[in-house]
Design a protein around this ligand. Sequence first.
Ligand code: CA2
Length: 145
Amino acid sequence: MPKTVFVLNGPNLNLLGQRQPEIYGSETLADVQASCAALSAEIGLEMRFEQSNSEGTLVDLIQEARTAADAIVLNPAAYSHTSVAILDALKAFDGPVLEVHISNIHQRESFRHHSYVSLRADGVIAGCGTQGYLLALRRVATLLA
Ligand code: CA2
């Protein structure tokens, strides 16, 4: 049976490609979703791709993943730096968690250097642009094999 991965995106990532291309590149979130779907099909993963601006909705999706997904790829966006609620939800999830940041958060403002999500993440990819999502999916495939 194919393994399922949830690819979850936090606040403002729906604006990807519309502003700040010098930081986040020119791809839209729909482009990222299409690339993730293509790679998932190639490497034999079922993929569900979601974005929410709401912390509670992201917590709900992570809770849903407890029974509906084998792994999570998550770009928590600004909630990385603030959300104990998302960290707690991830701690209740048993499978691999890969944290993705499009930009190199360690090269930016100091408030971006700490991520609560990293306390639970099995891997963190930052500064690889939107390719980071694809690297994370390949890592998920390795961890689930
Ligand atoms: O580098 C990343 O992927 C971030 O998770 C993106 C977040 C930021 O708060 C994190 O520190 C690092 C911001 C996402 C907002 O994305 C936008 C994209 C285009 C235009 C406006 C916002």
